[in-house]
Design a protein around this ligand. Structure first.
Ligand SMILES: *Cc1c(COP(=O)(O)O)cnc(C)c1O
Length: 220
């Protein structure tokens, strides 16, 4: 299967209202361009250096979502490249992003990464801490909280993810109903190649898909 065909198939399959983020880590500019030509308009990147190189070649013809673990010393670059940071999970990073955005007159849309219970994954805010965390960072002027993101289990059967997606959606709806000032719970980013169908059934409106578009990643 070509990248183009994979994208066409996915875009045909996804219900309207569900946005596709092409998770492009390790992929070359030419591969990302092929996906863009087939209709992808959001690229997800995990690593700042890699994103910077691809952003330099591809630019603003697409939106860029950061989906990796952001480090403090990479915030300035991240703010320059990305249109959304999906993985905010600490006050320190939220404050650093906000501060940099204020300096350059930008407001960064962010999602809060929820550690919905996947054992192998340690980043993210625990579901029971999400409300307090969101309240705390919602006062920061340079970011706008726009929803939640979760990884779920990285391996295993798709059905094993359902529980984690349900839990994240419950937190999403609970916080949405509170109508907190400065918080717009609009996006729920859940699901990858093995789990996106279950994620959509459980309310995801952003799916982050890599290998189903680009083929398996080279390891090592
Ligand atoms: C790599 C990655 C994806 C996509 O994974 P696939 O299984 O290749 O679809 C989604 N989300 C995050 C955060 C990733 O790092």
């Amino acid at each position: 299967m070509s990248i183009k065909q994979n994208v066409y198939d996915l875009l045909t399959e996804l219900p309207s209202g569900v946005q596709l983020v092409a998770a492009a880590k390790t992929m070359e500019v030419s591969q990302v361009m092929e996906a863009i030509q087939a209709g992808v308009n959001i690229i997800g990147e995990n690593y700042i250096q890699e994103a910077d190189a691809k952003y330099g070649a591809i630019g603003d013809r697409v939106k860029w979502h950061f989906i990796g673990h952001l480090q403090r010393n990479k915030v300035k670059k991240a703010v320059a490249i990305f249109d959304m940071i999906e993985t905010v999970d600490s006050v320190e990073i939220a404050a650093a992003v906000s501060k940099r955005c204020k300096e350059i007159g930008k407001v960064m849309p962010v999602l809060i990464e929820i550690n919905s219970g996947a054992e192998e994954q340690k980043s993210g805010v625990l579901p029971q801490n999400a409300l307090a965390f969101i309240k705390e960072i919602s006062r920061l002027p340079g970011i706008k909280i726009m929803g939640l993101m979760t990884m779920g289990p990285l391996t295993g059967e798709p059905e094993q993810s359902r529980h984690y997606f349900i839990k994240t959606r419950e937190v999403f709806e609970y916080i949405k109903d509170l109508n907190l000032t400065g918080v717009e719970m609009k996006y729920l980013s859940m699901g990858m190649t093995n789990s996106y169908k279950v994620a959509i059934e459980e309310g995801a409106n952003i799916v982050r898909i890599g290998s189903k578009i680009f083929g398996p990643r080279k390891t090592g």
